[in-house]
Design a protein around this ligand. Structure first.
Ligand code: TYM
Length: 332
């Protein structure tokens, strides 16, 4: 069976609606048809300053949200990145194959480091995309379901795989990005031309999976729209309404056209109210299940441990081949 693989950062303890609609929802739908590997990227999370206790809690909470959203840990391999040492080991090898200028072109680093200045950014943040390439290539993944913002990192991964293969012989599968038609880019509810992100300056534009329903309701009802009062899908002229329609469509599997048809006669308030229902119902169920899972951390850890064993087996096999191909002496 073809292999899919993807991961998310644990940084804040709650995923947001962009993570869910851009990635996690697709993972859940795809897991039946693929040999699937999903993990929490705790090694990526430490590329920016973080609190150790908060990171531990957020890592468990993220794994619990995967399961609560529908990832079946019996069917898919759900693990924690740092439980598989080969990620860091392959990342080192790939570091030596990546050009400095090539890494410097990654726009996510430019965006993230611009905030505090490149001097304050860690070298780990700079090489972040190379660790991500290692994550993917270790499992020989065919497809990587992610949101649109990861496109450039996937291109780097493909370049590194192709480079390694041509220099040292066919070793890696060259992976494809799987980016959904709807939901690949969810925008901030207050700044609907900026992507929804946990690092946004205001909280009001960010819908968190773990927020209580009344918080989510308030954020949706206060979402920025525009003054013309007309419901139609126009990303350029009406980014706020376009974003709400996209969220609605991705949540329900409906088309934005059919939603426009249904809501065109009414005001923005009716559209928002209907969206509140849809979003709070879905996220409420995920939140409740997540809290249940977090009530029994020992059981969750057992699940993660068993998956780490399976992941290690696959990852170590790839790493051994890589070490051999590049000429590292086999340990006697
Ligand atoms: P992260 O943690 O920033 O985001 C996790 C996933 O959510 C998607 N996403 C969005 N989709 C739509 N609209 C948005 N506003 C939005 N915000 C985030 C992201 O595209 C991503 O799919 N580098 C990755 C984590 C990673 C990874 C990997 C992914 C590390 N190793 C290997 C795939 C394979 C990241 O920071 O995602």
């Amino acid at each position: 069976r073809p292999v899919i693989l993807s991961g998310m950062q644990p940084s804040s303890g709650s995923l947001h609606l962009g993570n869910y609609l851009g990635a996690l929802g697709n993972w859940v739908r795809m897991q039946q048809d693929y040999d699937a590997y999903f993990f929490v990227v705790d090694l990526h999370a430490i590329t920016v300053p973080q609190d150790p206790d908060a990171l531990r809690a957020a890592t468990r909470a993220t794994a619990a949200q995967y399961i609560a959203a529908g990832i079946d840990p019996q069917q898919s391999t759900l693990f924690i990145q740092s439980h598989v040492p080969a990620h860091a080991e392959l990342a080192w090898v790939l570091n030596t194959l990546t050009g400095f200028g090539e890494a410097a072109r990654m726009t996510q680093f430019k965006d993230k480091s611009a905030k505090h200045g490149t001097d304050a950014a860690s070298v780990g943040l700079f090489t972040y995309p190379i660790l991500m390439s290692a994550d993917i290539l270790l499992y020989q993944a065919d497809a990587v379901p992610v949101g649109d913002d990861q496109r450039q990192h996937l291109e780097l991964t493909r370049d590194l795989a192709t480079r390694f293969n041509s220099r040292f012989g066919e070793t890696f599968v060259v992976p494809e990005a799987f980016i959904g038609k709807e939901g690949a880019r969810i925008y901030d509810l207050q700044h609907p031309t900026a992507k929804m992100s946990k690092s946004a300056e205001s909280d009001a534009g960010l819908i968190r999976v773990m927020d209580e329903a009344n918080v989510t309701k308030k954020k949706i009802m206060r979402a920025v729209t525009d003054a013309d009062g007309e419901i139609r899908f126009d990303r350029e002229a009406k980014p706020g309404i376009a974003n709400l329609l996209t969220i609605f469509a991705t949540m329900t599997g409906r088309t934005t056209d059919s939603l426009v048809e249904e809501f065109a006669g009414g005001g923005y308030g009716d559209l928002k109210k209907a969206l509140v229902e849809v979003v709070t119902e879905r996220l409420g169920a995920i939140r409740t299940r997540t809290l249940e899972l977090l009530d029994d951390p020992a059981e969750l850890d057992r699940t993660l441990g068993a998956a780490a064993d399976r992941a290690n087996e696959r990852a170590e096999a790839t790493l051994a081949t890589v070490y051999d191909r590049i000429g590292l002496l086999r340990r006697p």
